[in-house]
Design a protein around this ligand. Structure first.
Ligand code: UDP
Length: 245
């Protein structure tokens, strides 16, 4: 049963539950890009992303990553731990694509020597600008200790997600995560992990447009958007979740 609406974002709605430490996250079919300048819907995206995120959260938990996931309670709803989301978007990149190509003049598709961690200020009015650790301290978005935890957590998540998507025959190009602190101050992976938040390239396809299996199909009007999400859902759900260590 849904409680009161706490917050409506671009892709999800958060509801309260009877338990103050548990929230209900409802995934929507709405898709936005370019700071919501481009809007649309992707058929059944809510259910697909909820299924994908639930599976990936369980996989990460089984690999020792603390997440906000509690359980999937309907096709497009999951129960999650209530957390205070840090106003920082953490991006990890394995291959250059998207904003880093424009910003630093890197060639799209260039493999980076080491996974790269970037921090962005979660602020729609400012267009989510790239920020440094000193900006984070100045704006008091997180403590220096939390920033080191964020970096380590992001790289650990990347390590496990790369292995996960390898099993799906997909290359993990880059992804964004949001991290929240629970009532004990412990940092948990929150929000979602899905083709909305990851760049995924099909390893079997060489063509640079055809291989795109994520929200870039929507951003760039490449067509076959729902089909790509369906294919990712099928491959993700086929990955076995290891027994919890
Ligand atoms: N990303 C996201 N939400 C955002 C911005 C980026 O989920 O508000 C994801 C995006 O899908 C990609 C990664 O973060 O997987 C890096 O995005 P980038 O900085 O290249 O920005 P973009 O090219 O998407 O504007």
């Amino acid at each position: 049963m849904s409680g009161t609406k706490l917050y409506e974002g671009k892709a999800k709605i958060l509801f309260t539950t009877d338990d103050p430490n548990i929230l209900l996250s409802q995934y929507k079919d709405d898709a936005t890009a370019f700071n919501a300048l481009k809007k649309g819907t992707i058929a059944n995206k809510g259910e697909m992303n909820c299924a994908i995120a639930s599976h990936i959260f369980q996989y990460l938990e089984a690999n020792g990553i603390a997440t906000h996931f509690i359980s999937q309670v309907s096709p497009n709803e999951m129960q999650v731990a209530a957390v205070k989301i840090l106003a920082i978007e953490v991006v990890v990149r394995n291959i250059a694509a998207g904003s880093i190509c424009k910003r630093l003049g890197l060639e799209k598709g260039q493999t980076l020597n080491e996974p790269l961690v970037e921090f962005f200020y979660k602020n729609d009015d400012l267009g989510d600008p790239l920020i440094t650790e000193d900006h984070i301290a100045m704006l008091e978005l997180a403590t220096p200790d939390q920033v080191s935890q964020l970096r380590k957590l992001a790289l650990d998540i990347n390590h496990h997600l790369q292995a996960f998507f390898e099993q799906c025959n997909l290359t993990l190009v880059d992804f964004k995560v949001e991290i929240g602190a629970n009532y004990q101050g412990k940092l948990l992976l929150a929000d979602e992990i899905s083709p909305d938040t990851c760049r995924l390239w099909d390893k079997n396809i060489a063509d640079p447009s055809d291989r795109i299996m994520d929200k870039d199909r929507f951003r760039q009007d490449l067509g076959k958007i729902a089909e790509a999400y369906q294919e990712v859902t099928k491959r993700v759900l086929a990955v076995k979740i290891p027994i919890h260590p």
